[in-house]
Design a protein around this ligand. Structure first.
Ligand code: THU
Length: 272
């Protein structure tokens, strides 16, 4: 490996260790992050995002790839993690359709057809380059644009959303599918995962479209994550030719599981 590539890898592998500080890990206290190096040198972070319903975990590596896809990027040159890759993470990398990767170190994989690695530049901006929507219909129109980036080889059912922060940032989300359905991430959780990976707060509005279903609503898993991560957000759902329908996370999931007892249990130092 040429010295410049070695330097790039050393710079890259520092990034997930820094990004891990943004992981949402109230239940395990085990922060983990992955960072993708894109072919233009930009980097994409993905952190571990836990749910009170443990199996709804967004793994760091899934989060990073889903963010990249929502941003329209699949040109991944290398991937680093904040610790050594686990067997299931190696398996995910090998199953991805965006190139095959080989191990450079226990915590770094590179695409095997690359002659040279791009020098690391800045972090990829995850934001849509659009002004804040003036009304729900404009927000839903943006979500429809975003939905074109969905990766849906399994369902052919593209979903797109835009998560708006109080600061006016617009974060895209699309569904990203894998042959292993257990790894599929919905559009809403994709956007939530991106917001956490980038340390964004004040999640105010979510515009959602299921392009092929004008009656579409967030699935149960997304409702749970919305209640946990964006409980105050106003939701606007695409209703085709009709005006968008309003909803709220708690309205969509009354009596939701809070996980409060789980956090208290850990707080008391009980060994789990
Ligand atoms: N899907 C979403 O992205 N959001 C939802 O709330 C409903 C379901 C995706 C997941 C999967 O890729 C496809 O739609 C079929 O379930």
């Amino acid at each position: 490996m040429p010295p410049s590539a070695r330097e790039t890898l050393e710079a890259l592998r520092r990034l997930p260790r820094e990004a891990a500080a943004r992981a949402h890990v109230p239940y395990s206290q085990r922060p983990t992050a992955a960072v993708l190096l894109l072919e233009d040198g930009r980097s994409v972070p993905g952190v571990r995002v836990e749910s009170a319903s443990f199996s709804l975990l967004i793994p760091a590596l899934v989060n990073a790839f889903s963010t990249a896809v929502a941003c329209g990027r699949t040109d991944v040159a290398a991937v680093a993690m904040s610790r050594a890759f686990l067997p299931e993470e190696r398996a995910l990398l090998h199953a991805l359709p965006w190139g095959s990767f080989i191990e450079a170190d226990a915590d770094v994989f590179v695409r095997n057809d690359l002659e040279t690695l791009p020098a690391l530049s800045e972090r990829l901006s995850p934001y849509l380059e659009a002004g804040a929507p003036q009304d729900p219909a404009a927000g839903v129109a943006l979500a429809r644009e975003v939905a074109r980036r969905a990766h849906v080889p399994e369902s052919g059912f593209p979903v797109g959303c835009v998560l708006e922060t109080a600061a006016g940032e617009l974060i895209p989300g699309v569904n990203v599918e894998h042959t292993d359905w257990a790894r599929i991430l919905c559009a809403e959780r994709n956007a939530l995962g991106t917001a956490i990976s980038y340390g964004l707060a004040g999640l105010r509005r979510l515009y959602l479209t299921c392009l092929k279903d004008p009656t579409g609503t967030p699935c149960g898993a997304c409702r749970q994550l919305l209640v946990e991560l964006a409980p105050e957000a106003a939701l606007w759902m695409d209703r085709g030719d009709d005006t968008p329908e309003a909803a709220s996370p708690h309205g969509l999931l009354p009596g939701s599981f809070s996980g409060r007892a789980l956090a208290e249990r850990r707080g008391k130092g009980v060994d789990v």
